[in-house]
Design a protein around this ligand. Structure first.
Ligand code: GUN
Length: 281
């Protein structure tokens, strides 16, 4: 069993971004800029946004966070996004999800200029991804693809089971895997027999938010398991969607939580923002 070290790989990606930022500054006088919109007081969202801002600073980006109250109107959020769309210092716009109930998330995401959509959530980028065109791709699944590349895991013809069909993880993950010529099954909350699908898979990618969902008897010997879940349990510790202790011994590769996919999400956000700034130049 080999652990996939997301922390080390994220640091490698961040180092690369830092070097490229320096080049952009020297050669084109461009500083990549990221605008983050954070609505409300969800502690997890606050923690993520803080980590994103810190990462931006580390690689030499310009970054601003627009923190808005929980009760903000949809039009005010749209107004801020429109300002960021035309701000020449901003290459990437990110609206931290989830948004409060009174806000129509789909409508908000549609307002972001697809050229600045570094989260890859705009329907335009999703459509481009599905058709195999160059696009901004959601950071977490993109980070998982980077892990496969780094560990030379060949996807062609592999049976991959993606557990969880969210717009920000499962669906883009499945598209990326399909584009890489894997045979992809997507399971979700209404799947009748999850185990029947996972136990046949060469690779399982799980992102559901259900702690310990994937158990030992659901995983084939020698499988590769990628755990996207980050769940805080009653004792305060962080666990994934995989029962790591019992599943890990059966795997050829597995990602830990924490230190697996988590750090890759931020690294790929930096990478996407850099790409946007390079396209501006
Ligand atoms: N909420 C949970 N994951 C994400 C993400 O990758 N991007 C944004 N904007 N919000 C999230």
């Amino acid at each position: 069993m080999q652990l996939i070290d997301g922390k080390a790989l994220a640091q490698k990606v961040e180092k690369y971004v830092e070097t490229e930022v320096e080049k952009l500054k020297q050669e084109k006088n461009i500083v990549p800029g990221l605008a983050v919109i954070l609505v409300g007081d969800d502690p997890a969202s606050h923690a993520y946004v803080k980590m994103k801002a810190k990462a931006c600073e580390k690689v030499g980006f310009y970054s601003i966070t627009h923190h808005m109250p929980e009760t903000i109107s949809q039009d005010e959020i749209i107004g801020t996004i429109e300002m960021m769309n035309t701000n020449p210092r901003i290459d990437g716009i990110l609206v931290q999800l989830p948004l409060p109930k009174q806000i129509d998330t789909a409508k908000i995401l549609e307002v972001i200029d697809p050229k600045k959509d570094v989260d890859g959530f705009h329907a335009c980028n999703v459509g481009r991804l599905v058709t195999g065109l160059d696009s901004f791709v959601a950071c977490t699944p993109l980070g998982v693809m980077k892990m496969f590349e780094e560990y030379k895991i060949d996807l062609k013809g592999k049976d991959v089971c993606v557990v969880g069909a969210s717009n920000i993880v499962g669906k883009p993950m499945a598209s990326l895997l399909l584009n890489a010529n894997a045979t992809v099954t997507i399971t979700h909350i209404f799947t009748k027999d999850l185990k029947a699908h996972t136990s046949k898979a060469d690779i399982i990618v799980v992102g559901t938010g259900v702690p310990g969902l994937i158990k030992e008897d659901m995983v084939k010997e020698g499988a590769i398991v990628i755990d996207i879940g980050i769940n805080r349990i009653a004792d305060g510790s962080l666990v994934g969607d995989v029962d790591f202790e019992h599943v890990a011994p059966k795997c050829s590769f597995i990602t830990p939580v924490p230190g697996g996919v988590g750090p890759m999400t931020i690294a790929m956000l930096l990478s996407n923002t850099l790409k946007s700034a390079q396209q501006r130049s």
